[in-house]
Design a protein around this ligand. Structure first.
Ligand code: SF4
Length: 375
């Protein structure tokens, strides 16, 4: 993907000195009882909770001043208690002739995060962050180099989706459209922020007016392989797609490439993935960033195909991601002939395998790059 700096839009920065800390409570952090209780403290009746839900999830309004069915006198209290501004856009970068837009957001405490909106002919996909930074320390990843700033709240996750759905609806990326897919492949390890991510998934997938109404089948939660959390997710009764960032089929290299492998080995991760596939009936996606001379050897392709066929049978698909190197990094993408041979060998083991298009590449392999540059 080529990002044209001429299309970069800088927005005014609205923040004081960064203060890391808990985000203010937002409507999307509360269940119905919590919303009704908060409204009661403002002297407002319970039916206002449903009215606010319709405004937020159906009409995609995050600013109380736009909620015109709420009495003007009630709006300041409701804004302060339930609708603080969580995300302030710092910069939009348009790429791919405007069909991709990467947004850098600043949170209330100065923390930076990113989300990326991509338009395709048959779908509109948003890639969101679940943590500010990431503590998983994968050496090829820009986000991993900066460490974890903090977990995002449920509302900070949901509001990335609401904002994108609204931008699409309002034609900010060309013809007005509808957000159809959400992938948790931005900054952070989603399953390391388990409760808030699951809470956000429920709101993203619940039908309006209780949620944003995106089909669970079109929501992908990715993980580097926190095996117990994969099993727990399988038991939630959500039909989201699970994507496991494997990156190599052998423990020796994976201990270095994905340091959490020292805790849960490849075999343990694949067993948990099998449990997920059996429990949900969903095919698991295996993410594999192909890195020149590191994990792209023919014997690794054979081993990958073999292990996946044994562990998951037909319930697996391999997504090869040509690495998008981060600035100053020693890692590089594999040459195309090597990539083609890798695909051929994995398929020869009976495992479906494709190369992700370049827009996906930018997102998965260079997540955190924009935030890193801003810092
Ligand atoms: S690749 Fe993913 S899990 Fe690894 S450090 Fe980067 S954001 Fe975290």
């Amino acid at each position: 993907m080529t990002c044209d700096n001429d299309q970069m839009t800088s927005l005014p920065l609205v923040f004081d000195a960064p203060k890391r800390g808990r985000p203010p409570t937002h409507f999307a952090d509360l269940d119905r009882a919590g919303r009704v209780a908060a409204l009661a403290e403002l002297g407002l009746p319970r039916f206002r909770a449903d009215q606010l839900a319709r405004q937020y999830y159906s009409r995609l309004n995050g600013d109380v001043e736009e909620m015109t069915d709420l009495p003007a006198s009630a709006r300041p209290g409701v804004r302060d208690k339930l609708f603080p501004q969580l995300l302030t856009p710092v910069r939009h970068i348009a790429c791919d002739d405007g069909s991709t837009r990467k947004t850098l957001w600043r949170l209330h405490d100065g923390t930076l995060l990113e989300s990326v909106l991509m338009r395709y002919t048959d779908r509109n996909t948003l890639c969101i962050s679940s943590q500010a930074g990431c503590g998983m320390a994968c050496p090829f990843c820009a986000t991993g180099q900066g460490g974890l700033d903090r977990n995002l709240s449920t509302a900070e996750i949901v509001d990335q989706v609401r904002a994108a759905a609204r931008a699409l609806r309002d034609g900010e990326l060309g013809e007005p459209g509808r957000l159809s897919n959400v992938v948790f492949m931005g900054m952070g390890e989603p399953l390391a922020n388990y409760k808030r991510v699951v809470g956000a998934v429920r709101q993203i997938t619940s039908p309006a007016p209780d949620g944003l109404g995106i089909s669970a089948r079109h929501v992908t939660v990715s993980t580097v392989g926190l095996a117990p959390s994969i099993r727990r997710l399988a038991d939630e009764g959500l039909s989201v797609t699970l994507a496991v960032s494997l990156h190599t089929p052998d423990d020796e290299l994976r201990d270095t490439l994905v340091p959490v492998n020292n805790r849960w080995s490849v075999a343990e991760v694949l067993e948990a993935a099998r449990y997920y596939a059996d429990k949900t009936g969903r095919r698991v996606s295996i993410e594999y960033a192909l890195i020149r001379d590191v994990n792209d050897q023919p014997w690794r392709a054979d081993m990958l195909g073999e292990k996946l066929r044994k562990a998951l049978g037909p319930l697996v698909h391999v997504n090869l991601i040509p690495l998008n190197p981060t600035p100053g990094s020693e890692w590089d993408a594999s040459p195309k002939p090597v990539e083609r041979e890798f695909v051929r060998r994995v398929r020869a083991k009976g495992v479906s395998c494709t190369v992700r298009d370049t827009r996906g590449q930018e997102i998965a392999a260079a997540c955190g790059q924009l935030a890193a540059e801003e810092r």
